[in-house]
Design a protein. Structure first.
Length: 106
């Protein structure tokens, strides 16, 4: 896995206002004693699974983002088409854009 969701991520999601730390051995050090009830181990594990599934489901989007042609290339193509009437660069940009989408389906 490129990004493994851990206990810290789950606790941050479950108790966003809490002040805590997670030691190397996995024990939780609560610095905010007002968080009651504190999440159970089962709730934490379920949240880890949920967050990891959510992250994994967006793999295609992260891959697309890194492979799309640069925005300045789009800007130049757009301007040449809109202001100069030449769609050559825009047509080439669209081909690159659609290739990224087809190579990385949802």
């Amino acid at each position: 896995m490129a990004n493994e969701i851990g206990k810290f991520d789950a606790l941050t999601s479950l108790t966003p206002d809490a002040d805590f730390g997670v030691r190397e051995d996995g024990t939780i050090s609560w610095k905010d004693y007002n968080i009651i009830p504190r999440p159970s181990d089962e709730e934490i594990n379920n949240e880890i699974i949920r967050l990891q599934a959510e992250y994994d489901a967006q793999k295609y989007a992260r891959k697309r983002e890194s492979e799309y042609p640069p925005l300045n290339e789009f800007a130049e193509a757009y301007c040449e088409k809109e202001f100069g009437g030449d769609s050559t660069k825009m047509d080439a940009y669209k081909i690159k854009y659609e290739k990224v989408r087809s190579d990385n389906p949802k």
